[in-house]
Design a protein. Sequence first.
Length: 361
Amino acid sequence: MNECYYDKRMDFFYNRTKTDTADEWTGPQLIGVLCFGTFFCLFIFISNSLVIAAVVKNKRFHFPFYYLLANLAAADFFAGIAYVFLMFNTGPVSKTLTVNRWFLRQGLLDTSLTASLVNLLVIAVERHMSIMRMKIHSNLTKKRVTFLIFSIWAIAIFMGAVPTLGWNCLCDITVCSSLAPIYSRSYLVFWSVLNLVVFFIMVVVYIRIYMYVQRKTNVLSSHTSGSISRRRTPVKLMKTVMTVLGAFVVCWTPGLVVLLLDGLNCTDCGIQHVKRWFLLLALLNSVMNPIIYSYKDDEMWATMKRMICCSSEDKSQERRSSRIPSTVLCRSTDISGHYIEDGIIQGTICGKGDLGDKGNS
């Protein structure tokens, strides 16, 4: 019967697998990494919070696609929490961790990755349901979207907890990996292959949907009159999703390939020298997504800008203790039907539209 090592600290496993725990990351280098990570984590928290708030605030975003996009932003926010926890439990500190604390550190990262991946997969299904009917948004009810969001996080938490539940090498240290010294190599192979296969499936699905939309749009444009923006909006939404998916695949694939090589026990692949940089690349993905949302979606950017502007205006009014009755600083209008007009932003930013209205009256 194999002996189990649940009571050992991580230095036992690191020393046995000869894993580099970044002893050289001390002094200026460690401070630089912490400053770099702190800056980007703060950006992740603020920017993704703005995305979620924009979806809640703007009624034009009250559709399944944007609810799932907000949940993807929530997954990125959670990833920021995971990176903060990692920053204070890595480097020389790694060897002092207990087994349970190390499981928590890695479980948070695995949960954030799974949440983003499953969320993108659900968005692919939602896009398929809507695009095949040539609609901008699917007919999913709020209850079903809520159920999907809860399911996404249930799956993510479960996948993040799988090693803790028993798929580890604590009772058979001969199969321990190098990068994750208490993870079984078989688990790393399973984890990396599963994610890479899902990447490939989603890329194929999105390319197929995009080609279908382009073909149908060209056919409809030659036989129907009507708003050009309505015909272009499905294509624009698809471009946004495909950009997000492309960034996700580019940022996470190198790290998954490294884990796969470690799981296959590739001792001559030099994976120890690149693991930290690929982790930083994965961190960059959570930074890029809010930028993609605001750059590819004019309405999203306008809503975020409006919230920031209104917040600053509210604070300045409080400081001035104005005696003027409160006024509506920002105006937004609803839409009827399921179509979002491309390139037309209803309302203006922080009251500027009021001046325009007065000038036109």
